[in-house]
Design a protein around this ligand. Structure first.
Ligand code: XUL
Ligand code: CO
Length: 444
């Protein structure tokens, strides 16, 4: 049997070696088999590699051309697409990740016609399926790229041009077929150009109605072909459009409710999109969680000094802790996972940087998981919050919560009140406790 081409010859299987290890190619905190909260880390964290950032992104930025050294770049066209599949499964296996994600255009080049594009996709999907048959790595989700090609200049489902709507629909139809073929756990919609530049040339109502129609068509087709993946909307407030319709979880929820779609969708929450919307990562996770709509996560982080979607690998332990707190309180992610929608910096251009980046991200979420679990086990936040809201468990508070009062009764109650006493929210105390837990878990 011919030996497989090795694209990452310098890197062997990445194993857990513990916090004292100085081996750059080892996990220090992510131990896939370790049981936390009754499940293994692998089952709870469900890590996923993003095909686009790891195998197709070349480091281009608005001021310069690509910098990435990728051994598969000696090929072009379909040969390049095939080499990327080989490289991808080598990396998945060496990192021991259970999932990956892709856009249609990441895995196969677009042809001159839609039929040619389909042909290319079919060939690569068959190859991926063959690799998946002997690999543990499954497809977390796939999606259609409906924002890069010039035809999507005015959007896809919200385009001014009905031909573009039809073309986008065809891409999603194909995407659902691919998702079914490869057993995808979810199907994602990120509305890259589903928004507007200026209201001066925009029929906002028609665009939103069309977006609602588009999602219904997808839901109907999924039912028709028996695709059982969870539909996910990935909110983002802006970039590339000035105003994106899926601004944040709350806006997305209102949209889904308006168009009768709420039962068919959950959210894929990306940390850097949350911060672009002026929220914290944990705010978006909480908003989705308390509404039963937390589906999956694009695990990355932004940079407050830059302010755009920098898609950095997540290394901020405070943020991974608060994120894992939400995820654990959600009872895990179900069909979702932690997808590293993250790219190595332009200066980190060597192939091995892809491993350093994923190891950093996986270790950071493993720490977050352990700290969050300990906080929950000790009921640090729960007890504090329960006590803080205790006025709603008896007397007038209980009546309010149970809907047993009205404005007149509340007025009578208020009139006989003396001086109202409030208690401290203890923000700083709570933050210092979180630091204590973080430092204890990390040094254990
Ligand atoms: C863009 C982004 C996308 C989606 C999938 O900001 O996050 O990569 O995750 O289209
Ligand atoms: Co994303």
């Amino acid at each position: 049997m011919a030996t497989k081409t090795q694209y990452f010859q310098n890197v062997n299987q990445i194993k857990y070696e513990g916090p004292k290890s100085t081996n750059p190619f080892a996990f220090k905190y992510y131990n896939p088999e370790e049981v936390v909260a009754g499940k293994t880390m692998e089952e709870l964290l469900r890590f996923s590699v993003a095909y686009w950032h790891t195998f197709t992104m070349d480091g281009t930025d608005p001021f310069g051309i690509g910098t990435m050294l990728r051994p598969w770049d000696k090929f072009s066209g379909m040969d390049l697409a095939k080499a990327r599949v080989e490289a991808a499964f080598e990396l998945f296996e060496k990192l021991n990740v259970p999932f990956f994600c892709f856009h249609d255009v990441d895995i196969a080049p677009e042809g001159n016609t839609l039929s040619e594009t389909y042909k290319n996709l079919d060939e690569i999907v068959a190859m991926i399926k063959e690799y998946m048959a002997t690999s543990k790595t499954k497809l977390l989700w796939n999606t259609a790229n409906m924002f890069s090609h010039p035809r999507f200049v005015h959007g896809a489902a919200t385009s001014v041009n009905a031909d573009v709507f039809a073309y986008a629909a065809a891409k999603v139809k194909k995407g659902l077929e691919i998702g079914k073929e490869l057993g995808a756990e979810n199907y994602v919609f990120w509305g890259g150009r589903e928004g507007y530049e200026t209201l001066l040339n925009t029929d906002m109502k028609l665009e939103l109605d069309n977006l609602g129609r588009f999602f219904h068509l997808a839901v109907d087709y999924a039912k028709e072909i028996g695709f059982n993946g969870q539909f996910l909307i990935e909110p983002k407030p802006k970039e590339p459009t000035k105003h994106q319709y899926d601004f944040d979880v709350a806006t997305g929820m209102a949209f889904l409710q308006n168009y009768g779609l709420k039962d068919y969708f959950k959210f894929n929450i990306e940390a850097n999109h949350a911060t672009l919307a002026g929220h914290t990562f944990e705010h978006e996770l909480r908003t989705a969680r308390i509404n039963g709509m937390l589906g999956s996560v694009d695990a990355n982080q932004g940079d407050p000094l830059l302010g755009w979607d920098t898609d950095e690998f997540p290394t901020d332990l405070y943020s991974t802790t608060l994120a894992m707190y939400e995820i654990l309180q959600n009872g895990g992610l179900g069909k979702g996972g932690l997808n590293f929608d993250a790219k190595v910096r332009r200066g980190s251009f060597e192939p091995e940087d892809l491993f350093h980046a994923h190891i950093a991200g996986m270790d950071s979420f493993a720490v977050g998981l352990k700290v969050a679990q300990k906080l929950i086990e000790d009921r640090v936040i729960e007890d504090f919050v329960e006590e803080r809201y205790s006025s709603f468990t008896h007397g007038i508070g209980k009546d309010i919560v149970e809907g047993k009062t009205n404005l007149q009764q509340l007025e009578e109650y208020a009139l006989q009140l003396g001086e109202i006493k409030n208690r401290s929210g203890r923000t700083e105390r709570l933050k210092s406790i979180i630091n204590q837990y973080l430092l204890t878990v990390v040094s254990e």
